[in-house]
Design a protein around this ligand. Structure first.
Ligand code: RB5
Length: 168
């Protein structure tokens, strides 16, 4: 079992995590690694393995928490990571991506200000997943003008000004 930390505006550096049945095992493994690394972990479920549960039930609350700054960044896992990514990106201010390589995990934050990573529990093993998560969490948005300009054009689709950076 993971420690459940209640979402709180006083924990802006907390990391949110969520998974359906396809990602449950990897979620539990990553939550342990995150806690060992000193992160606060907010677990949006599923809190037990339930065959046939639905990724939007867990991923959308996590995505809303990321968008609201309740958690600094989010990790969403389903079987492939695809459904989790599609669902997360429906929430304004969420920039989520399915990742399988560390280059993109770093550059996706530096250039594109990713605030959620999506993983496939049936695709990546625990070791690669942890490398991806560590890379994602260690990276910072560059703030470069060209990237702000591009993100601004994306944010216009949501009818808002781009908001970037940890916990914002
Ligand atoms: C569930 O079987 C599976 O469809 C789901 O976990 C995810 O992979 C969807 O993209």
């Amino acid at each position: 079992m993971t420690d459940i930390v209640a979402p709180s505006p006083n924990s802006p550096k907390a990391i949110g995590i969520a998974a359906d049945h396809g990602g449950y095992k990897l979620k539990e493994q990553l939550a342990v690694k995150l806690r060992e690394a000193g992160y606060k972990v907010v677990d949006f479920g599923s809190h037990k393995l339930v065959a046939g549960d639905d990724y939007p039930d867990f991923v959308i609350p996590l995505a809303r928490a990321v968008a609201q700054g309740i958690v600094a960044r989010g990790i969403a896992i389903c079987g492939s990571g695809v459904g989790a990514c599609v669902a997360a990106n429906k929430i304004p201010r969420v920039r989520a991506c399915l990742l399988n390589d560390t280059f993109s995990a770093r550059q996706g934050v530096e250039d594109d200000d990713l605030n959620m990573i999506c993983l496939g529990g049936r695709v990546v093993g625990q070791s690669l997943a942890w490398e991806l998560v560590k890379t994602f969490l260690a990276a910072e948005f560059s703030g470069a003008e060209r990237h702000l300009r591009r993100l601004g054009k994306v944010a216009e689709l949501e009818g808002q000004t781009a908001i970037t950076g940890w916990g914002k």
